[in-house]
Write a protein that binds this ligand. Structure first.
Ligand SMILES: *Cc1c(COP(=O)(O)O)cnc(C)c1O
Length: 221
């Protein structure tokens, strides 16, 4: 199937209020353009070098989401154009994003990444760590970042129950944070969860944003 057909098939499967991030990591410009020409505007990359190389070559109205682990010293390479940094897990990184956003006279949307999987290898905060960030005085001074919600990845498993439970946990984290820290903040509204193999489960558990790569662009080499 073509990229365009894959994309339309997925769009048919997700409700209108759920955003689709087309994860184009490792894929060439022509693949991205095929999805773009079919109407897709939000794309996700997980390597700074790749994203910084692709962005100038591709249409300027693409909204780029950085979905990988971001090192503070690399924020400067993407700050001037990135729309959302999805995987923030430290105050140090937030401070650097704020600094670079300020330099570029803009506000950068960020999501707090939570560790919900049972696998040790995945990145992310637990609730205590997230609250530590949100309560600290340094955080309150950051005026050029906006915490737009939460993000997480489920365990890579065929156990659908486990995946349901993990996504449900992320939704609960979101609701707790919303109530405690963001009840008057309309922009705190995103729960980014769900990938090619589990986006339908994620949507059933309240996802507002799915990040789908291989089901659109095919398997990565
Ligand atoms: C690669 C990646 C995805 C997309 O994975 P697929 O299984 O190809 O859909 C989603 N989120 C993150 C953080 C990723 O790194």
């Amino acid at each position: 199937m073509s990229i365009k057909n894959n994309l339309f098939k997925i769009l048919k499967n997700i409700p209108k209020n759920v955003k689709l991030v087309a994860v184009s990591k490792t894929k060439p410009d022509e693949d991205i353009l095929e999805a773009y020409d079919a109407g897709q505007r939000i794309f996700g990359e997980n390597k700074v070098q790749d994203l910084a190389a692709k962005q100038p070559r591709l249409p300027q109205d693409i909204r780029w989401h950085f979905i990988g682990h971001l090192q503070s010293n690399k924020v400067k390479y993407i700050a001037n154009f990135v729309d959302m940094i999805e995987a923030v897990e430290s105050i140090k990184l937030l401070k650097e994003i704020n600094k670079q956003a300020l330099k570029n006279n803009k506000t950068i949307n960020c999501l707090l990444q939570f560790h919900i999987a049972s696998e040790e290898t995945k990145f992310g905060l637990d609730m205590d760590e997230a609250e530590e960030i949100l309560k600290c005085e340094d955080f309150k001074k950051l005026e050029n970042i906006r915490i737009a919600g939460v993000m997480g990845m489920a365990t890579f498993t065929s156990d659908e129950n486990l995946i349901h439970n993990e996504f449900n946990t992320l939704r609960k984290y979101y609701e707790q944070l919303k109530q405690k820290y963001f009840s008057d903040k309309e922009y705190f509204k995103e729960i980014s969860m769900g990938m090619s193999d589990d986006y339908q489960i994620a949507i059933a558990e309240g996802s507002t944003m799915v990040r789908v790569g291989s089901a659109i662009f095919g398997a990565r080499g």
